[in-house]
Design a protein around this ligand. Structure first.
Ligand SMILES: Cc1cc2nc3c(=O)[nH]c(=O)nc-3n(C[C@H](O)[C@H](O)[C@H](O)COP(=O)(O)OP(=O)(O)OC[C@H]3O[C@@H](n4cnc5c(N)ncnc54)[C@H](O)[C@@H]3O)c2cc1C
Length: 430
């Protein structure tokens, strides 16, 4: 048994095993009759990264196969991490168009959840930049592109690891000017202000995201972080990676009182720094410098990440925030992001045009009930909850939010399955 968890603390099932893929030429489907699930860095919050039976650790296959510095095309094994890729490509003048809030994510994981970042307004999702990938299925090895084996390609982008093991992928990068970003911190004190600032700033800024303080019921305030790469090397010293080491605390540090203090300090610090120049490792991945998940104690936490469609985004986000206040939940992190009207390539991709809200909440029975009620609201509003972050939605919720799930189920390799898929579709592994 492997003593690992999902990022928010869901335990690896007691009966499950793990094996590791060291070479992309290996075929783990022939090693046993188990039902497998590829696994990257385990940075998914919920049970999409927990196997029904056996996890196949893909991180040892992390080699860069080819990097075309003229055209900005990189071909790499799917266990390669975003941190390693950027370390190679940014000094050569290229970056990944889509990065999440942590650099400890593999290319396989990024494709399988069709991740998005603060660049959604021009880049869309990660899958839009995948040119080719190889899929290892229980009965074949197959190269998929948007044109060849296109249905399997669309099922694999955002396919939650269920169509087989991605062994390598070829990605298109975008040019960049330096490893440094300039970030403007712009304060807002109503949701209307957040929407107005974001809509305007997206016109000429590469990365946009909103941090929101909900710690006082009835008062919303926050900061829009608007960042673009600097034109030249703003500073010459690269920050040393911080090794934030902390054992998991016995209980969560987050109560309504501690959240209020932490948010007040953050608000004061950010309001005093209207413009900041930071290395990309700090600007893109602030949570990699804090042992965030350990602060929630042994019970872990929930992240609810939902998107509300454009037409009703204002009232929808209001409704979710009101529910959070009503339930008196401590919310140490709340992030708002607007998604543009850029079609996502995957059958089960999460982003739709609208606004997304992500909240972290300590795991308690009360939080679980309150968040489930919010998910029901999201479904009614025609929105979606992000499977990569989910531990709470029911099969009914999922199937209404992702009506294409049956197309994925048809293309699922019968020798792959996850705890998530069993939960939301009621399929069972043999
Ligand atoms: C601090 C933090 C911030 C984050 N910010 C964002 C964000 O801004 N935007 C966003 O979209 N997400 C975000 N995430 C979520 C994260 O990007 C995704 O969960 C991502 O998929 C995790 O990748 P992983 O390598 O850890 O994969 P895992 O979590 O191990 O697995 C994720 C899924 O990918 C599948 N998979 C993994 N490797 C392969 C492979 N080789 N072949 C086929 N399938 C595979 C697994 O089966 C599983 O279904 C964040 C997570 C954290 C912890």
């Amino acid at each position: 048994m492997m003593n690992i968890r999902s990022w928010s603390g869901l335990p690896f099932p007691e009966s499950s095993r793990w094996i590791a893929l060291h070479w992309t030429s290996e075929t783990p489907f022939t090693w046993s009759n188990d039902v497998l699930l590829p696994r990257g860095c385990g940075r998914s919050y919920g049970d999409v990264c927990l196997p029904s039976q056996t996890a196949v650790l893909c991180t040892p296959c992390d080699r860069i196969r080819r990097f075309d510095r003229e055209r900005g095309i990189i071909c790499l094994e799917a266990g390669a991490r975003i941190s390693d890729i950027l370390r190679l490509t940014i000094p050569a003048g290229w970056t990944l168009p889509v990065v999440p809030g942590t650099a400890q994510v593999t290319i396989g994981g990024a494709i399988a959840n069709d991740i998005h970042g603060k660049s959604h307004h021009w880049a869309g999702t990660f899958g839009r930049w995948v040119e080719r990938l190889e899929l290892l299925r229980s009965d074949q090895r197959i190269v998929c592109t948007p044109c060849d084996n296109a249905e399997l390609f669309r099922a694999t982008i955002g396919g939650l690891g269920l169509t087989g093991i991605i062994t390598w992928a070829e990605l298109q990068l975008v040019p960049t000017r330096s490893p440094w970003l300039e970030t403007r911190n712009i304060a807002f004190s109503t949701l209307d202000e957040f929407f107005a600032i974001t809509a305007e700033i997206e016109q000429n800024t590469e990365y946009v995201v909103g941090w929101c303080d909900l710690s006082v019921a009835g008062r919303i305030r926050g900061i829009v972080h608007a960042s673009s790469f600097c034109d030249e090397n703003a500073q010459s010293r690269t920050p040393r990676p911080s090794s934030a080491n902390l054992p998991t605390l016995p209980v969560s540090v987050w109560t309504q009182a501690t959240v209020r203090v932490a948010n007040t300090l953050r608000w004061q610090m950010l309001s005093r720094r209207p413009i900041v120049r930071e290395h990309y490792s700090q600007a893109f991945f602030p949570l990699d410098h804090v042992p965030w998940n350990r602060l929630f104690g042994r019970r872990g936490f929930y992240q609810l990440h939902a998107v509300i469609p454009r037409q009703i985004e204002r009232t929808g986000i209001d409704r979710i925030v009101a529910r959070l206040w009503e339930a008196k939940l401590p919310v140490p992190l709340c992030v708002l992001k607007r998604f543009a009207d850029i079609a996502s390539p995957g059958m089960l991709s999460f982003p739709i045009a609208g606004t997304s809200i992500a909240v972290d909440v300590p795991n308690t029975a009360h939080a679980s009930a309150a968040l489930k009620a919010i998910i029901t609201d999201v479904v009614e509003m025609g929105g979606r909850v992000y499977p990569a972050k989910d531990a709470l939605m029911t099969a009914l919720h999922f199937q209404r939010m992702y009506p294409h799930w049956q197309r994925l189920e048809k293309l699922r390799d019968r020798r792959t399955c996850s705890q998530f898929w069993e939960r939301v579709t009621h399929v069972t592994s043999p």
